[in-house]
Design a binder for this molecule. Structure first.
Ligand code: SF4
Length: 281
């Protein structure tokens, strides 16, 4: 198990690492930064190039507690360079561990769709796509076609205001602003961030709060669960994650889902003051 600071999951599992940039949202890819920082070390001998980590494949078999697992936080499982043979090995493990839920996020939904036609996705495989701006909205219609119990969208980093969307068939939405030390740069902050730095504090940018509000209301229209992860800043929760006085932690659930989010996990979801209990529905 790898520890994670990503608050919408419990564990990360990286049976493969490496990727190449595909769109604007990738510009400050944290996975690339980490992999290149440790290039040549034992953990990342080839930096951000493709690295199959066969020794990690069986990790989920050892986890006793049912868990929410983010697959490939250090890669994109549907990167063209990853073979279907290797994807099959990952999906074999997902099938063998029905007690866990696997959150698979891609910026290449066409490859995910193609794969899902070649191999039926297990019920505990959540099919997710990242959308960061108007241009990448084309991914929305593709993810809708992927047959999966849970389809979700991560709007992080959201770098542009989005129009009202048809979220039919989308079960879960995560939102978040850009984060990282590059946000200290005023130009980058203005261009890509959802925050301001004022009186030595990171705060949501009053001119951009409505971007997230709009998405929340859009989710309400379609019954889509909504999770606001962060406003961003020099670190993910630098400016908190409250929207209109509320913390949004909603999670999707399908009939028969084995993973219950436990109290310890809730506590770890930040020192939140308010929890939206819809997450248990
Ligand atoms: S798709 Fe994801 S992992 Fe790949 S470069 Fe972009 S942000 Fe990084």
């Amino acid at each position: 198990m790898e520890k994670t600071g990503i608050i919408w999951t419990e564990k990360t599992w990286n049976p493969v690492t490496g990727c190449v940039k595909v769109s604007k949202g990738c510009k400050f890819c944290y996975a690339e930064t980490i992999a290149n920082k440790y290039k040549g070390h034992k953990a990342f001998p080839v930096g951000f190039d493709l690295q199959y980590r066969e020794h990690k494949l069986k990790d989920p078999l050892k986890w006793k507690e049912p868990s929410l697992v983010f697959v490939n936080s250090m890669s994109d499982m549907f990167w063209d360079k990853i073979s279907d043979d290797y994807r099959n090995k990952i999906v074999d493990i997902i099938e063998q561990t029905p007690q866990h839920e696997y959150q698979v996020l891609t910026k290449r939904p066409a490859n995910m769709l193609k794969y899902s036609k070649y191999r039926k996705l297990p019920f505990n495989f959540w099919a997710g796509v990242t959308i960061e701006n108007v241009k990448s909205l084309e991914r929305l219609e593709i993810i809708k076609k992927v047959k999966s119990e849970i389809r979700f969208i991560s709007f992080e980093p959201l770098i542009e205001e989005l129009p009202n969307m048809d979220l039919t068939g989308i079960h879960w939405v995560i939102t978040g602003g850009e984060s990282g030390t590059h946000l200290w740069d005023q130009i980058i902050r203005k261009e890509r961030g959802m925050v301001i730095y004022e009186d030595k504090k990171w705060k949501p940018d009053p001119n951009k709060i409505h971007w997230i509000r709009k998405i929340r209301d859009n989710c309400r229209e379609y019954g889509t669960k909504f999770f606001h992860k962060q406003w961003g800043g020099s670190y993910p929760e630098a400016a908190g994650r409250m929207l209109d006085g509320e913390t949004y932690n909603e999670m999707p659930k399908y009939p028969g889902m084995k993973t219950e989010i436990n109290n310890e996990y809730l506590k770890s979801l930040e020192k939140q003051k308010e929890i939206t209990f819809e997450m248990f529905q």
